[in-house]
Design a protein around this ligand. Structure first.
Ligand code: HEC
Length: 430
């Protein structure tokens, strides 16, 4: 069902050149590049520039590559194992989490699209679950959360979160990304990072209130007057100018709950914040202004109108418009413990630049296999246009085992070439 959804979307795009059906690409003919990823803990940009980073501050400031020093074979394993165990840079070690993973990456392209295929072994059994809303007899309250959340760590909420694989793309216009990769975007003050910004601090911040944001998320050094201080945002005009000149990163994310069931992959960008692209995502909030769900399950299709706590990890709980979702009926006899999804999904509602990317993932024998489909030559103001012959700097991240924010695995930056020399060379499809 997931694969045919993707093919359907591609087949209806129209146009002249034909796109490959990603399910029919013979991946056994495409080289596999192993990209080791490790758990980075709180190794923020600010920490990397500090004396605690063993005499590397000067080199960091100069823009030297991480791998200039971190060049040991298997070095990723050592860093990840130390950090995940809480030896350094991790105040709240997530129990049982793996310190590193091997991400297998393959790439191909044709006249229409680039195709990126990822495989990794998961730490446990992924479900596509996502935090939801639970009826307590009176109100619908948040249920479940990612493993770094204080309530989850304290055992007050179950650990529930979707798996993800993400790619950041730079076309050479983001200073130092080719050498220092994702760490340029990882700062003190962000969620689950040291000195996490309070609501009051965010509300008092001129840039974040101008762009109507309630927290601090990934940002690039160029968006701040002092790159190591999230509070020192440049003006919206200055940031628009940097964006128009291409000084932003594209961020593509495949999500096991919010996009996979409808054949989607997110499209976003990072500059002053981690924004979604213009338009509409493949998922939308399932809560209205009165804090009531907008949709419930169609009992004729799902079996019941809601799920229960026991269903997590056992039964798929994707609420999909036009498939198993019907408008919420407040008088349907709701009982304490009834649970409804936090998001409602729709391929048909996704639109604009936010809906450019498609893809699908299948979990089998302990491993996710995900294919992302990215159109070439996009002309939107929030996209990097990929083209044949182009070489890009890319950073990968995998979120696995019910975790979000910094609880991912990341790696040193790599280059991706479309029919051009690079660490990962996308093969032209016949
Ligand atoms: C000038 C050399 C140099 C550069 C450049 C450098 N590092 Fe380091 N880094 C070190 C040294 C030395 C250590 C300490 C290793 C140890 O104690 O085992 C370290 C430690 C770390 C650690 C902590 C690992 C641990 O086990 O304590 C992380 C994470 C890290 N570096 C990430 C990075 C990243 C990301 C970059 C690029 C943005 C980078 N480093 C660039 C030299 C460097």
């Amino acid at each position: 069902m997931k694969r045919s959804a993707v093919f359907f979307v591609l087949a209806t795009l129209g146009g002249t050149a034909l796109a490959a059906d990603p399910a029919k690409i013979d991946w056994s003919k495409i080289p596999v590049v192993n990209v080791p990823l490790f758990y980075p803990g709180q190794s923020s940009y600010e920490w990397l520039l500090s004396d605690a980073h063993k005499g590397a501050a000067k080199e960091m400031r100069r823009g030297d590559a991480c791998t200039f020093c971190h060049d040991e074979p298997d070095g990723e394993k050592d860093i990840g194992n130390n950090l995940v165990a809480g030896k350094r840079l991790e105040p709240t070690p997530p129990k049982g989490k793996n310190g590193h993973i091997d991400l297998k990456v393959q790439a191909a392209f044709d006249d229409r699209n680039a195709y990126l295929r990822f495989q990794w072994k998961t730490n446990g059994k992924p479900t596509g679950d996502y935090p939801a809303y639970r009826f307590d007899g009176k109100e619908w309250k948040p249920y479940g959360g990612p493993r770094l959340n204080a309530d989850v760590r304290a055992g007050k909420q179950p650990a529930i979160y979707e798996d993800r694989v993400s790619v950041m793309i730079d076309d050479g216009k983001v200073p130092n990304f080719a050498k220092q990769g994702c760490w340029l975007t990882c700062h003190d003050g962000e969620r689950d990072m040291p000195k996490q910004a309070t609501k009051e601090e965010v509300a008092a911040n001129p840039l974040l209130s101008a762009i109507k944001k309630a927290d601090v998320r990934k940002y690039l050094p160029a968006s701040r007057n002092d790159p190591t201080d999230w509070k020192s945002g440049k003006s919206v005009e200055e940031i628009s100018k940097i964006k128009a000149e291409g000084g932003f990163l594209d961020l593509i994310q495949w999500r096991s709950h919010r996009t996979n069931p409808v054949g989607g992959v997110d499209d976003g960008y990072v500059l002053d914040w981690r924004h979604f692209d213009a338009g509409k995502n493949h998922f939308a909030s399932n809560l209205d202004e009165k804090k009531q769900p907008k949709f419930m399950f169609d009992a004729a299709k799902y079996g019941t109108k809601a799920m229960s706590a026991d269903d997590f990890g056992k039964k798929e709980n994707f609420l999909i418009k036009g498939s198993n979702a019907v408008p919420f009926d407040p008088n349907a006899g709701w009982k304490e413990g009834d649970i409804l999804p936090q998001y409602v999904l729709s391929a048909a509602d996704a639109s604009g630049s936010a809906a450019d990317n498609k893809g699908s993932g299948v979990w089998k024998d302990g491993m996710w296999t995900v294919v992302m489909v990215r159109p070439l030559g996009l002309t939107n103001a929030d996209d990097k246009a990929l083209k044949a012959g182009g070489v890009y700097n890319v950073g990968f991240a995998v979120h696995d085992d019910n975790i979000t924010s910094r609880g991912h695995h990341v790696g040193w930056v790599r280059s991706l070439g479309l029919g051009a020399k690079a660490d990962i060379e996308a093969v032209k499809l016949p």
